[in-house]
Structure formats: structure tokens, C-alpha cells
Write a protein that binds this ligand. Structure first.
Ligand SMILES: [Zn+2]
Length: 255
């Protein structure tokens, strides 16, 4: 029996080339001649031999299937096979699933951070209800409110007024009772729906950003970011209902 090339590729890529137990990188560098060597082992969870580790659990049609393999370093391979009572079938499957999830999440987070750092870009959800507005404006120190894609003058002024009202609300927000907050937010939600009917969509996010203002040391601030967007201007900016925007390099937030 041999493990198929495709199965090995899936196992290695989903594991991020790391041991599912100790997270050690499984491709090491030999500094002297600058060559790579592999310290990872494709380990069977259930042994094909009945007397082997976990071999008595169940018979499998294909012991070399991805579902019966876990990628480990040599030490941890020995560990799971020497102590099959501790490293039961369920525990190993669980270790593998959690490890693959960890790799996926780490890559996704890294990718988002990378996009942000390279392009100064943010990915914003569409604002459709007052709960989202509450999250964005609550405790905000700074604002990035943009309607530059709206070319129609009247509409542009109306959106600016909407933003002014939202800023005013945000200023007194912490002093309001919950019922009052909700009432104001629902009014804003209604206005957003009216703008939606005119073709303008709202996207936003609450961000933590580091800024330095004159005479005040660099600090982290909560930034409320809301974009009133005319999709006709740049339809490709919206994907899967989210808007990707580039924050201008010279952007100085307003307090
Ligand atoms: Zn290991």
C-alpha cells in the first residue's frame, strides 16, 4: 500500500507543513550547504495491522486515505504510536481537525493584514440595520465618513447631512438611555433604506487604529468608518456584498 501523491499534497498543504502536535516546521534548512530536508511523517491514525496502534478499532477500506492520515514530526509520530491508549482515534482526529483549522485561520488573518498593510485597504460590510450602526458608532473617537463616489449634488448634500446627524448622535451617545439610542438608530436605518432606493449603499466598520496627534503621544483610537457608495461608479469594488476601499495615504481622521 502506498499513499497517493494527491493525498500527500492535500495532507501537507492543509497542515501548513507543520506538525499537528508541536507545530514544528517540517521542512528544515541545513545551513551548511543551504539545502532543505524533510522531518515530517505521514502517520496512519488506525494501523492496517490489527496488533498495530489503534488497529483494533475498525477495518478500513483504504488505510492510506487522507481521513486516516495525520502529519507529524518523528518525535510525535513515536509518541502517538507508543501511547495509543492516551492518543485514541478520537483524540488524534480532533488534533488533526483543530490543527487544520488553526492553519486556515492563521493564513486568512495574515492575508487580511497583508492586504491592509500593502494597500491600506479595508473590507467593509454593508450596513443594513441599526444594530450594525450601534457597533460602529459606539465609543468612537474618530470618524471616516465618505461620500466621494456620489456625484449628484443634491444627493451628496443629503448624505452629508445624514453623516452630520450621525456624528451629533455619536457625540451624545453614551449619555442616552437604551430606548432613546434605539429610536435614533432606527431613524437612521430608515434613512439608509431611503438612500438605498436611490441607488446609494452604505458600508462600514469599526476599526482600532494607531494615530499620533500634535503634542499627544501615539495611541490607539476607535475609528468609525462609514462609506456612502454609489455602486455605478466602481461596481468591482463590491464583492460578495462587501466593499473594499483604499484609505487615502494622507488621511487624517477628524475628532
Ligand atoms: Zn511534533
Amino acid at each position: 500500500m502506498t499513499i497517493k501523491v494527491k493525498t500527500r499534497k492535500i495532507l501537507w498543504s492543509k497542515s501548513g507543513n507543520r506538525c499537528a502536535i508541536c507545530k514544528k516546521h517540517l521542512i528544515q534548512k541545513f545551513e551548511i550547504n543551504n539545502s532543505n530536508f524533510i522531518v515530517g511523517e505521514e502517520c496512519h491514525i488506525i494501523s492496517s495491522k490489527e496488533k498495530g496502534p489503534r488497529g483494533n478499532i475498525k477495518k478500513m477500506a483504504d488505510y492510506d486515505d487522507n481521513s486516516n492520515l495525520i502529519l507529524l514530526c518523528a518525535n510525535d509520530h513515536k509518541l502517538i504510536d507508543d501511547f495509543p491508549e492516551t492518543f485514541t482515534y478520537e483524540i488524534i482526529v480532533n488534533l488533526k481537525n483543530n490543527h487544520e483549522k488553526w492553519v486556515e485561520n492563521a493564513l486568512e488573518k495574515d492575508l487580511q493584514d497583508y492586504i491592509r498593510s500593502v494597500n491600506n485597504c479595508e473590507i467593509l460590510d454593508e450596513i443594513k440595520n441599526h444594530v450594525q450602526l450601534d457597533i460602529i458608532i459606539k465609543n468612537a473617537h474618530l470618524y471616516f465618513l465618505d461620500s466621494s463616489s456620489i456625484t449628484d449634488l443634491t444627493l451628496s448634500i443629503e448624505v452629508s447631512e445624514f453623516f452630520d446627524n450621525l456624528r451629533d448622535l455619536s457625540d451624545i451617545y453614551s449619555d442616552l438611555e437604551i430606548a432613546e439610542k434605539t429610536r435614533y438608530l432606527i431613524e437612521h436605518e430608515k434613512e439608509i433604506k431611503q438612500f438605498n432606493e436611490l441607488g446609494i449603499r452604505f458600508f462600514g466598520k469599526s476599526l482600532i487604529r494607531e494615530y499620533k496627534f500634535a503634542n499627544i503621544p501615539k495611541d490607539k483610537y476607535k475609528l468609525a468608518m462609514i462609506i456612502a457608495f454609489n455602486p455605478e461608479v466602481n461596481p468591482e469594488s463590491i464583492q460578495n456584498g462587501k466593499l473594499t476601499v483604499k484609505i487615502p495615504d494622507d488621511f487624517t481622521p477628524s475628532i
